[in-house]
Design a protein around this ligand. Structure first.
Ligand SMILES: [Zn+2]
Length: 881
């Protein structure tokens, strides 16, 4: 484990590497406790590098066994080797030379899951961002591209399957029951894309014929016996390959494409060239083990990693500050893919909910950073929602500004011009400026400036003149180390909705046109005047969530209810109703607990019924609309002095009010949706299940709820319905015998299946109330729980800290104590996962004073722990700053 050196990396300090490594030959002699790695590197001095420049290679916890220069063994003091660095003070004067480095690793003891490690007896690697330096000394930076040849040797029985990047190049037997395989990847790549897998796995095989007629062999490798759960992933892969050809003109380039699912993995998945390695959570699914959300998640992650082949691998990042260049763009691409495969409207709403739940709090808290950060201490901590999700929104805005056609032309130029290069955000923006002739200089601030902009909108209607004027003012709140903000270019899509619920036409009073219904705000104050507006229209703003901003607008409840019934833009329609629900919850939670239970307006509960029964709306849309804002959503809107118990009570009261007001209707709708006995994971079927379970949630609020949810739990023929019923029981009726029985049945049924049992951990970790602390502590001692496995830790502790507001924020601070202890326990093995987990406390300053004090104590305790890793110290110190 690397301890903190306090070193800060700055974008402006970027310098090209003095040396390059055009060729890399690797030999792995695999053994669990002692793997030998021989790296034969062809090193090239750049023409502009002075001859007396030392060669310095990165390492991380390495032990050098042998070093050869051009075939001759070197001895100290010709070089110095520490675990973190290999330095040759006077490298040869020749422009090119070869260095052969032998290191020894113990993959079985690597619990950080970076570099080469073992998961369930399978050797695998994770090298992004800086894991390759845990395998051998190297110029471990994304702008050093190398052609790799790899030889893997292993025990034949233990590891019949030997995979690496690129194309297979031969294999054979070796003495002593061992064998070898050779791989060659003709495409130069940075070290973070290197991968190796060796083990005994089952496989699903298929093939794909590209648009130009090339046959690609596809393989998805999973634990024996789980092959049946990989067929959906294979189907998603083939659909992704076709989609990238059709939408972006991008063909796959190697002869084989392999995906391997492993059960111990820090992230979701990794796009290593030709050999994607996945958290098994994002590969394995069938109706008995996975929910509809799991299926959608698998489809999205399979697509995401595949799309990286062009956006990330063929064109990579110059340095890690440019992470959003590959991630924001690739998230945008996978969002578009999912929108095309499923319902575009529903997908967009889900994206915005995710962005608000994860990125907005990041932007509003101590961990705020620009989409392209300018400084970091630990790059592992920048795989954030800001880089990924906001990064995707920025690409979406580029398309909104340019239009689909120019956007595609820009992407074509990007692929053509930068193929095989390591580039920057400036290179990316330049292609769009060139094809469109537009100046994106001000727009580029979306990459450089942190914080969520706010737009304050005032609408003035003049009946006599038949004129409508919109006054729009922008502001960007200060964020850490950026107190003064510059003005942004914000594309605001909008519509004016007339009394009949249809959009009304408009002309600008000054005669200027409005392109594609988008107002471009560039100044602090922006005013638009429309003429020939015969009556005051309802304002539908930020349609499709055209910009990731918050809106402050004076709009009556009646106006918003009108939009919720009529707006032709599905996102804005959802937004109108959601904002009414959020506002009602804010008012009710400010009233606090005790005293009279909060009352809600009958118009609001009636509107919920009207949406639920509107056949013209997709079931999935209705399900999303009926889902009450999460407690965390309400907390975020309240902003300060948060009392989680008050928010919880308000939310429960609203659920009961909506259920009571619509009891008969919901019964009737639920009955109409039932009776489907065949399962299909497609979007339309999933939408019906979502609506049915949203209704069940309301119908289970009363005293007959436990029996009802329990009936669905035991009768369900798929995991979506089973898990939904179990979650409803746990959330609403935790103390009832039906809940205990269902939890026991689930545990028994899936005990040998850790991935599925994660749902059981999650559902219990989210059970509200003060007893949650003891419950979670108890579950940590469950035989299926393992503190070394990231999926288990995230399911139990991650869910507890992010999705259980009343339990985690228990007023006596014991929730934070348990959390801090667990973070430190995880950190001993896996600093990266511990640091990610610790971000669960990032919004501590928005709590009411008592809880704030307790949360701070927990953070200070973390900060004071001995030998803190660079990853965790970085998060804790920034959170406290
Ligand atoms: Zn990615």
């Amino acid at each position: 484990m690397r301890t903190d050196t306090g070193q800060v990396f700055r974008l402006e300090d970027y310098r090209p590497s003095s040396f390059l490594i055009p060729e890399t030959d690797l030999t792995f002699r695999l053994a669990p406790e002692a793997t030998t790695v021989i790296a034969r590197l062809t090193i090239e001095r750049r023409d502009e590098t002075p001859l007396d420049t030392p060669l310095v290679l990165d390492g991380d916890g390495l032990e050098l066994k042998r070093l050869e220069l051009d075939g001759t063994a070197l001895a100290a003091p010709a070089f110095t080797a520490t675990p973190d660095q290999l330095t040759i003070e006077r490298p040869p004067l020749a422009r090119r030379f070869t260095l052969s480095i032998e290191t020894e690793l113990a993959p079985a003891r690597n619990q950080a899951l970076m570099g080469l490690y073992r998961s369930n007896r399978v050797y695998c690697t994770q090298c992004e961002a800086e894991g390759f330096r845990r395998i051998t000394y190297f110029l471990d930076r994304p702008d050093v591209l190398s052609v790799y040849r790899v030889r893997i040797e292993a025990d034949r029985k233990e590891a019949p399957l030997l995979l690496s990047n690129g194309n297979p190049h031969g294999s054979g037997k070796l003495p002593g029951g061992r064998h070898y395989a050779l791989w060659h990847d003709p495409f130069p790549k940075p070290s973070y894309l290197f991968a190796l897998v060796a083990g005994d796995l089952g496989a699903v095989k298929d093939e794909f014929v590209t648009a130009s007629g090339r046959r690609i062999e596809l393989g998805i490798h999973v634990e024996h016996g789980k092959e049946g759960r990989a067929t959906f992933a294979m189907d998603a892969l083939k659909r992704s390959m076709r989609w990238d050809e059709e939408e972006f003109g991008r063909e796959y380039d190697l002869d084989v494409f392999n995906i391997v699912a492993v059960s111990d993995f820090n992230m979701g998945a990794m796009e290593n060239k030709g050999l994607n390695i996945f958290n098994d959570k994002y590969v394995l699914a069938d109706e008995d083990s996975a929910t509809d959300n799991d299926f959608a998640g698998i489809e999205a992650v399979i697509a995401h990693e595949y799309f990286h082949n062009w956006t990330g691998n063929r064109i990579t990042c110059r340095d890690w500050f440019q992470l959003c260049l590959k991630e924001g763009l690739t998230v945008f691409r996978d969002h578009e893919f999912s929108a095309d495969q499923r319902s575009r409207a529903v997908k967009r709403i889900a994206e915005v909910r995710t962005l608000r739940a994860h990125q907005f709090p990041e932007d509003q808290g101590p961990l705020a950073h620009p989409v392209r950060p300018r400084r970091y201490r630990e790059i592992n901590n920048f795989y954030t929602s800001t880089v990924y999700e906001k990064g995707s929104e920025v690409v979406r805005m580029i398309r909104t500004i340019l239009g689909a056609e120019d956007f595609r032309r820009g992407m074509d130029l990007y692929f053509e011009r930068h193929d095989g290069q390591a580039v920057t955000i400036e290179d990316f923006l330049k292609v769009f400026e060139e094809v469109s002739g537009r100046d994106l200089g001000q727009f580029a601030l979306w990459y450089h400036q942190a914080g969520t902009p706010n737009l304050t909108v005032t609408a003035l209607y003049n009946k006599e003149a038949q004129e409508l004027t919109l006054e729009i003012e922008q502001s960007v709140p200060p964020t850490p180390s950026e107190s003064r903000k510059r003005l942004m270019h914000i594309p605001l899509a909008f519509g004016l909705v007339g009394k009949d619920g249809k959009d009304v036409g408009y002309t600008r009073a000054d005669g200027a046109g409005i392109e594609n219904g988008v107002i471009h705000i560039r100044k602090r104050r922006h005013s638009v005047r429309f003429s020939d507006v015969p009556e005051r229209p309802a304002l539908s703003l930020n349609r499709g969530f055209s910009a990731p901003v918050t809106l402050s607008i004076e709009q009556t409840q009646a106006e918003r209810a009108f939009l919720a019934r009529h707006d032709c833009d599905p996102f804005s329609r959802w937004q109108a109703f959601n904002s009414l629900l959020t506002e009602a919850l804010m008012v009710a939670s400010r009233q606090g607990r005790g005293g009279k239970p909060p009352e809600f307006q009958p118009e609001l509960t009636a509107l919920a019924g009207a949406i639920a029964e509107n056949d013209a709306l997709e079931p999935a849309f209705r399900a999303l609309a009926l889902a009450l804002p999460a407690e965390a959503d309400v907390a975020r809107e309240l902003g300060t002095n948060i009392d989680p118990d008050a928010i919880f009570a308000a939310r429960e009261a609203l659920a009961v009010a909506i259920a009571d007001a619509n009891a008969e209707l919901f019964e009737r709708l639920a009955a109409g949706l039932g009776g489907d006995n065949t399962f299909s994971p497609d979007a339309a079927s999933a939408g019906r299940r979502a609506l049915s379970n949203a209704l069940l949630d309301y119908l289970s609020t009363g005293s007959r709820g436990p029996a009802r949810a329990s009936r669905q739990f035991f009768a369900a023929n798929n995991m979506t319905d089973r898990a939904a019923a179990l979650a409803i029981l746990a959330q609403r009726h935790a103390d009832k015998p039906e809940t205990a029985a269902a939890l026991a049945a689930f545990e028994e049924r899936y005990f040998g299946d850790p991935l599925v049992l994660d749902k059981w951990f999650q559902i219990q970790a989210a059970i509200p109330g003060p007893q949650a602390v003891e419950r979670v502590a108890g579950l940590m001692r469950h035989p299926a729980f393992s503190i070394a496995n990231p999926n288990r830790v995230r399911s139990l502790i991650g869910t507890f800290s992010t999705a259980n507001q009343t339990g985690f924020h228990r007023a006596d601070g014991t929730g934070y104590q348990l959390f801090a202890e667990t973070v430190l326990e995880v950190e001993k093995r896996n600093p990266q996962v511990a640091a990610r987990l610790a971000t669960g406390l990032r919004s501590w300053r928005s709590l009411e004073p008592l809880r704030q004090g307790k949360a701070r104590e927990a953070l200070i305790r973390l900060a004071g722990a001995e030998n803190l890793s660079a990853d965790l110290r970085d998060i804790v110190e920034r959170t406290l700053a």
